[in-house]
Design a protein around this ligand. Structure first.
Ligand code: GLC
Length: 491
């Protein structure tokens, strides 16, 4: 069995190879999604994806070491992160270019062809999905980069910062993102309404509407944006207002635990107007005055599964919510980002992590961690995914296990100070790491316990390597959490 430090060493040696880097005129701009042959079979895995680069970038910031640069010679790892952020700045849709894509938008991925950047805003992606998460991840990474490099401001990319000062063009880019994400549309503010597949789950999985992952990233992204704007900037007031409303709505409406389930079971329907006591005139507890504002029908909620599955001292945020629609699946990224972004009070964050700890067998299994639990099956799978064979039950996004999730899991466990889970992870990561090395770093695993290598998984998937190594780094040196978590800095 590989040792903890040995695993770290193997993972870093793997990741710091030039084969993963994307170059333009000798400059490393980011990493490919996977080390794949550059032919048609690569599909788009030879591109640098924004969301895939996040764990790699955080590691590059932490390590601050030269990485093997192949024919171009060694490159300082933080420099790659600066180049990546500046590249996205260039690729952001400018107002004068906004014929087909909205101004402010950033691509899901890019590649370099004949020395030119070739971004993909979703127009070439499988199923042509819109990457709503890219701008939000970019903001979160920008904040991490700023925090990491503050010790030596000469390292900053000149397009981003001048000394420690924000460059005007960076501020303009942030405003453009804010104007896109804060604009009034026909949606249900404070949430943002998005199409299916607008985030890490980029295939049809019933996420259209108000999926948790986008709402929590939005919450984190807004906080990051605010840190780079001057206090007198007009957007500051709108950000604060939106953050307050977003936090209240997600905390109150998306939260599910046994207590809330009991209330939902009694929910009444067809209620009009303002909230008012509906259950009993004499009962004064606020939750018993539950007002079914989404007009949820109790018949649509899998009570039997949930009362058996949810431990007493646990809870989580549901996956999606809308008119007569509650998606009770557990979506990992949304829940973990909610913890990291300080969206939830400490006690509730701890309960989310306690759910993961108690339901370790189902949510982590043999390969942490599932992106979504449980899988949808049968007719529901047919209707919701459109019979997508890649997302068949317990595979890929539909109940599959993704090693890249381990960094977020470790970070959230540290943030919530869940000691039991933190200790458990030290063992789980060794087991998972051992398998990942043997299996050549697959993209994902299949099966209800994550035992099978994903049927269509790429090997040498970059964020699988980075995910586990970053998790280890965070557990070893929790002070690095300041790069990625929001709220009080003294953890
Ligand atoms: C798949 C994943 C997506 C990821 C991409 C590249 O499409 O669903 O989240 O960014 O692969 O790895």
């Amino acid at each position: 069995m590989v040792s903890w430090n040995n695993l770290k060493q193997i993972a870093w040696t793997e990741l710091s190879q030039s084969k993963y880097l994307v170059y333009q005129r000798g400059q490393a701009l980011g990493t490919k999604a996977a080390d794949v042959p550059s032919d048609a079979s690569a599909v788009n895995y030879d591109q640098c994806f924004v969301r895939d680069f996040i764990p790699v970038a955080l590691l590059y910031l932490i390590q601050n070491q030269p990485i093997e640069g192949g024919e171009y010679g060694p490159v300082q790892s933080r420099e790659v992160v600066g180049n990546f952020l500046a590249t996205l700045l260039k690729l952001q849709i400018a107002p004068e270019r906004a014929l087909e894509s909205p101004p402010g938008m950033m691509p899901a991925s890019f590649k370099v062809e004949d020395d030119y950047l070739k971004p993909d805003y979703g127009e070439r992606a499988i199923a042509r999905v819109t990457p709503v998460d890219s701008c939000l991840w970019w903001l979160i990474l920008l904040r991490a980069y700023y925090r990491a490099c503050l010790d030596d401001p000469t390292q900053f990319h000149p397009d981003l910062f001048d000394g420690i000062n924000v460059q005007p063009k960076l501020r303009r880019a942030i405003r453009l993102i804010l104007s896109l994400y804060l604009s009034h549309r026909f949606d249900g503010e404070p949430m943002i309404l998005v199409p299916d597949g607008a985030c890490m789950i980029d295939r049809r999985m019933g996420l259209n509407g108000y999926p948790l992952e986008i709402q929590t990233l939005f919450y984190a992204g807004l906080q990051a944006a605010s840190e780079f704007l001057r206090p007198e900037e007009p957007y500051q007031k709108r950000i604060r207002h939106r953050l307050n409303r977003l936090r209240r709505q997600i905390r109150e409406d998306y939260w599910l635990d046994l207590r809330r389930l009991r209330i939902l079971y009694q929910a009444q329907n067809e209620q009009y107007g303002e909230a008012h006591p509906t259950h009993s005139e004499t009962d004064t507890t606020t939750e018993d005055r539950f007002f079914n504002k989404y007009n949820l029908y109790p018949e649509s909620i899998p009570f039997e599964h949930l009362i058996q599955w949810l431990p007493e001292k646990a809870g989580y945020l549901v996956g999606n919510l809308g008119p007569s629609h509650i998606d009770c699946r557990f979506f990992s990224i949304g829940n973990l980002i909610a913890v990291l972004s300080n969206l939830m009070p400490a006690e509730k964050s701890w309960r989310v992590m306690n759910l993961i700890h108690t339901r370790r067998k189902e949510l982590l299994g043999e390969m942490p961690m599932k992106v979504c639990y449980p899988a949808i099956e049968g007719l529901e799978w047919q209707m919701v995914t459109g019979c997508d064979p890649k997302n068949k039950p317990w595979s890929y996004h539909n109940g599959g296990s993704w090693p890249m999730m381990t960094w977020m899991l470790a970070a959230a466990a540290l943030k919530a100070r869940h000691q039991g889970l933190i200790e458990q992870l030290r063992e789980d990561l060794i087991q998972a790491g051992q398998r990942l090395i043997q299996d050549r770093w697959p993209e994902y695993y299949d099966g209800s316990n994550g035992h099978l290598i994903g049927r269509m998984a790429r090997r040498y998937q970059t964020w699988s390597v980075a995910g586990i190594l970053l998790a280890q780094e965070l557990l070893d040196e929790p002070q690095h959490l300041t790069l990625i978590h929001f709220g009080e800095d003294s953890l």
